[in-house]
Ligand binder design. Structure first.
Ligand SMILES: *Cc1c(COP(=O)(O)O)cnc(C)c1O
Ligand code: SF4
Length: 380
């Protein structure tokens, strides 16, 4: 991004204030207003004063391939084009530079694990249903970026076919609603989907994957939580990537879910230039614990076409997890996970503290670097 017209910090805060202040609070706090007034084209962002016309033209050429969409709320969290929130919603020219990358649209080969369109059955006991094609924000690092394009065979899936498959597959005990964002569906549609799943005896647990607590927290209303609460055990997994996303609005959204008996966990993605440092991940995870959200996964960024500029080396994540282990409470600790190519599924990357083990003894390295011998019980 050219920053020839980079605005001074004070002016940024002024713009930011305007974005909020020009809107009546009852509108700002209404998810319908936020959705209706979302920025869907780079030229909608001219008013922010961050960009030249050339910047806008460049972003538009990217957005023609990977569309842009952001709520005024989420956009208001960014203080300039280099801000960790801005990088998650601004189209960047690296997204369409396919010359160097070995990345592909679907590195996890999700399509090969789709017995019916929109349903991914990769693990024996869990099925993932893509029940929505839209999101409040088009995250530039999205690993289902391929589905943003209309020609994708997975779009427009038929939920009844998914239900038939789940009904006929007794081994499925957990169903994950994903997308897109399932909470972008109307309350009625969502209730119908949850009701249908609840009527299948072997489906013990329902999980919803949603980023709305982060990108459109107003959507988490008391009414929505009441409805969701009646389909428990229901788990929500959300997607905070940076501590600055933990705002009063986002905290309130998570608290409402929590008070409705719905545990909220977080799946973050390790993103170069956004959160790839020990301190940022520590602040993120401790901040999440403060609002009762359990850090569940920290994902290594997959080799998805259009997201290469966000990918770190695998060792970056290993280093971060190693540095956090033992110096941050276990309830703050996410599992560092890499989704393997060829449909291999998730693999946990755990820096092992066990150095050696034989019949009589084992050796461990402590979190602060000491080596300790552990004697096995006699005759065991
Ligand atoms: C990640 C994922 C799941 C859920 O895995 P958990 O380890 O239980 O969080 C299920 N299905 C698919 C296809 C997935 O990618
Ligand atoms: S909310 Fe999730 S599915 Fe939607 S664009 Fe962001 S990462 Fe992708």
């Amino acid at each position: 991004m050219k920053t020839t017209r980079q605005i001074k910090k004070t002016e940024h805060s002024e713009k930011e204030k305007n974005l909020r202040q020009e809107v009546r609070p009852e509108h700002w706090n209404d998810w319908r207003w936020q959705t209706a007034n979302s920025f869907r084209s780079p030229s909608d962002l001219l008013f922010m004063g961050w960009f030249t016309r050339d910047d806008i033209v460049e972003m538009e050429s990217v957005a023609r391939i990977y569309p842009m969409r952001v709520t005024p709320y989420y956009a208001s969290l960014a203080s300039g084009p280099g801000h960790p929130v801005a990088k998650q919603f601004l189209p960047a020219k690296q997204e369409i530079d396919f010359s160097l990358s070995g990345s592909v649209d679907d590195p996890l080969m999700e399509r090969n694990y789709m017995p019916v369109p929109g349903l991914i059955h990769r693990y024996p006991d869990r099925a993932l249903c893509m029940v929505s094609q839209t999101c409040a924000v088009r995250c530039r690092h999205c690993n289902r970026k391929r589905t943003w394009r209309g020609s994708c065979p997975e779009t427009g899936p038929d939920f009844r076919k998914m239900l038939d498959y789940i009904r006929g597959t007794k081994g499925i005990r957990e169903v994950i609603l994903s997308g897109g964002d399932p909470l972008m569906n109307t309350l009625e549609t969502l209730a119908r989907q949850l009701e249908a799943l609840r009527n299948i005896r072997h489906v013990e647990v329902i999980r919803i994957g949603t980023r709305l607590p982060v990108t459109l927290p107003m959507r988490i209303t008391e009414r929505l939580c009441r409805m969701l609460s009646s389909y428990r055990p229901l788990w929500v997994n959300t997607h905070f990537n940076h501590p600055c996303e933990i705002t009063p609005e986002a905290s309130r959204a998570c608290e409402l879910l929590c008070m409705a008996g719905i545990p909220v966990s977080n799946q973050a993605v390790l993103l170069k230039g956004i959160n790839d440092s020990v301190e940022t991940i520590r602040e993120l995870c401790q901040g999440l614990q403060r609002i009762s959200v359990r850090p569940y996964y920290l994902f290594h960024c997959d080799a998805v076409r259009g997201t290469d500029h966000f990918r770190t080396h695998l060792s970056k994540g290993v280093h971060i997890i190693q540095a956090l282990w033992g110096t941050m409470g276990g309830l703050c600790m996410p599992n560092f996970v890499v989704d393997l190519p060829e449909g291999g599924g998730k693999a946990m990357v755990v820096p092992s503290q066990l150095i050696d083990i034989d019949a009589g003894e084992a050796f461990f390295r402590t979190f602060d670097g000491k080596i300790i011998r552990y004697k096995s019980p006699e005759g065991s």
